[in-house]
Each structure stands twice: as C-alpha cells, then as structure tokens.
Design a protein around this ligand. Structure first.
Ligand SMILES: [Ca+2]
Ligand SMILES: [Ca+2]
Length: 239
C-alpha cells in the first residue's frame, strides 16, 4: 500500500513536472559579444537584427568588471531602446523577423534584467515595454494595431543591484484603444511572427539592460502542486 501511494505520488509529480519540463528559453540578446546585432534566431539563419536608440548610439557596460558580462546602456539622455525599431516597423524585411518556426513551444513570458549601476537606489518607476508582431499574420489589423505595450512597474532597485522583469505574454493582449484587437492573438505566440521590442522611458543614468529573452515561467498553481507533492513524499518518509 505504501509503495502504491508513493508510486502514485511519483506519477503525479512526473506528470506535473512534465508540464514545466518543456521550459523554453529563447535568448534575444545577452550583449556579451558587445555587438549591436542580436543573436535572435531568424528563419534564414542570419543574425542581423540591430539594437538602436531614437538618438545616435548606445554603449555596452562591463557589469562584472572583468569582461565576462556586458549589458546595454541606452544613455541618460535617450528615452527609447529598440530592437528592429517597432516604430519603423514597415522598413524592415520579413526575413529579419523571428519566424513562427523559431518559437520554442511553451513560451509564456518576455523577460529582461535591469541593473542599477549607480551608488544610490533607483526609485520605483514605470517602464513601457512594446512588442511588435508580423503584419501578414495579423491581416485584420491596421498598422497601428500590430504592436502592444505593457507598462511595467519597476520596484526600487538598490545601488549595485538588479531586478528581473518578467511580463506574461498574455498581458500584452490587454491594451489601449489602438491594440485591443490583439486580444487572443498575443497569447498564442506559436502562431505569430515576432517583429520587435521597444523600451520607452528607459534612458536613465546608471541603468543598463540585459538578457532579453522569451521564456517559460511555471504558473503559481503548478508550483503549489509541486510543493504539495514534495510535502507528501516528505511526510511519508518521516512516518
Ligand atoms: Ca550580459
Ligand atoms: Ca548582441
């Protein structure tokens, strides 16, 4: 009986774990090559998506001080950092966009790191994150409705600290007057073609960004079940 119960628990654990074992991670850029190009996976195998600001230039910051980890610094006077340039979306060719075939299964979130490189705490503030999507797969939408913006509330970041921003892709579906039509589309990333990223109001002194990626974040309910299952095994062992 005990073995049977343990076995059932193990099966439950493996089934639950199986759901999150498909964790996906699609790196857009870690900036460690100090190159303005993104290592974004493209349908044609080329990696020439470029980062740009709405003013000229940005720098790469040596986060660790030993050349092992660089981040991108949009500059204190700039207010927009973009990959492929969401606002000039039409000027880019289809081949430069992440294609449907490149999406790893199970992606749920868009994430990136924010570093505070300064000697004072970075006060909490809002950051506008825009993702854009390939137009031909969204035929019903006009040009102004191919992108969606989420306002992220950054917490206070201690001097020298960092924070990981994780935005559920589904939250991009709930947006303003111009992108409401995207409801139901952005939550199914396997069916759309990714077109670009823009961070607005991001140009602060001593603030850098790193590790832009699409990833899988287990749902709280899954984590709760995992914890429950682990507790069950622990409890049985003690008996
Ligand atoms: Ca890095
Ligand atoms: Ca790069």
């Amino acid at each position: 009986m005990k073995r049977a119960v343990t076995g059932i628990l193990a099966v439950c654990l493996s089934v639950i774990w199986g759901g999150s074992a498909s964790a996906a991670y699609l790196l857009i850029d870690d900036f460690n090559d100090m190159d303005a190009m993104s290592p974004l996976l493209m349908a044609d195998g080329l990696t020439y998506a470029t980062w740009q600001t709405n003013a000229s230039g940005f720098t790469f910051y040596d986060v660790a001080g030993d050349g092992s980890n660089y981040a991108i610094h949009a500059g204190a006077s700039y207010n927009e950092l973009g990959l492929l340039g969401v606002d000039s979306f039409n000027s880019y060719q289809t081949s430069k966009r992440l294609a449907e075939a490149d999406w790893p299964a199970g992606v749920t979130h868009f994430e990136f790191l924010v570093y505070n490189l300064g000697t004072a705490a970075l006060t909490a503030r809002n950051l506008a994150v825009t993702l854009a999507w390939q137009d031909s797969l969204l035929p019903a939408l006009s040009a102004g409705k191919r992108k969606a913006t989420v306002t992220v509330a950054l917490p206070e970041i201690a001097a020298g600290g960092s924070t990981l921003v994780q935005i559920p892709l589904e939250s991009f579906a709930v947006y303003s007057s111009t992108t409401g039509d995207l409801i139901g589309i952005l939550g199914t990333p396997n069916n759309v073609m990714f077109g670009g990223i823009t961070l607005a109001n991001c140009g602060w002194t001593d603030v850098c960004y790193d590790d832009f990626a699409f990833t899988t974040v287990p749902e709280p309910t899954t984590m709760g079940l995992l914890g429950l299952g682990a507790f069950g095994l622990f409890f049985r062992r003690k008996k």
